[in-house]
Ligand binder design. Structure first.
Ligand code: HPA
Length: 272
């Protein structure tokens, strides 16, 4: 990637515009095993990340690496089928480059979904949880370095990063009350130790995962309104006697993707 993030993000957005007549204001990022809603996208154009200038390519299993432009419930949307993660070797600015491109495309609201480990013992495998707040435990911030004032402010507020308003809308569209929780982001790729999970619980975390937080920081930098939804694909290390495996994470995602798709379909007209 060249040095000029603004120019690169604009080039990516221009390329996307050249492939679709839609001008979506809403984007959705689908996490591990949570690709189900993609089947509901009508009139779609699919663009492989590899085709988009400056986009990182995803390598993790369960992530397809396509940007879909189409309509969901008649609303134009940009859907990221898969994302890249820091543990693949990408820097936080590479991980968040798609957010920059979406911001330059004109996205105002974004729904970020992810698979997460449940720290809060009131959750169980398959629970969908609205992210209320986060703890960035990666030690990294994608905004480190010079600030480009065309993208956002150097210093900005993160006190309502996960929009209270959008969480209320999600509750309204959910047939049952959704739990809300604090997501702690770790760099991975190893799952946590039971001692780490106990420490995170003491710190106030309800969920643990390896994505989303850097994307939210960049989205908020660009004043994009954020809704975060975690699928508890497994209880975090040490909560249950079982061990955690990646296959189970993906399978649980598959189990709830219809519920997630229904929630996204219901809420999307309110996000436009
Ligand atoms: N830990 C971290 N990331 C995860 C987990 C977990 O238990 N489950 C799904 N993503």
């Amino acid at each position: 990637m060249g040095d000029d993030l603004f120019a690169n993000a604009s080039a990516a957005a221009d390329f996307i515009r050249s492939r679709t007549s839609l001008a979506p204001k809403v984007a959705i990022v689908l996490g591990s095993g949570l690709g189900g809603v993609a089947a509901e996208i009508a009139d779609r154009t699919s663009i492989a990340y590899a085709e988009i200038p400056h986009f990182p390519r995803s390598t993790a299993e369960g992530h397809s690496g396509n940007l879909l432009l189409g309509t969901l419930n008649n609303i134009p949307v940009a859907v990221m089928q898969g994302r890249v993660h820091g543990y693949e070797g990408y820097s936080p600015s590479e991980v968040t480059f798609p957010m920059r491109a979406l911001g330059r495309l004109g996205i105002h609201r974004i729904v970020l979904t992810n698979a997460a480990g449940g720290i809060n013992t009131s959750y169980s495998q398959g629970t969908l949880v609205l992210i209320r707040d986060h703890i960035n435990f990666t030690g990294l911030n994608p905004l480190t370095g010079p600030n480009d004032d065309r993208l956002g402010l150097r210093f900005f507020d993160m006190s309502d990063a996960y929009s209270t308003r959008l969480r209320a809308l999600a509750q309204k569209h959910s047939p049952t009350a959704l739990s809300e929780g604090v997501y702690v982001c770790v760099s991975g790729p190893s799952y946590e130790t039971p001692a780490e999970i106990r420490a995170f619980r003491t710190m106030g975390a309800d969920l643990v995962g390896m994505s989303t937080v850097h994307e939210v920081i960049v989205a908020r930098h660009m004043q994009i309104e954020v809704l975060g939804i975690s699928c508890v694909t497994n209880m975090a290390a040490g909560v249950l006697p079982e061990k955690i495996n990646h296959l189970e994470v993906l399978q649980t995602g598959k189990r709830v993707e219809r519920q997630l798709a229904a929630l996204l379909t219901g809420i999307v007209p309110e996000l436009d």
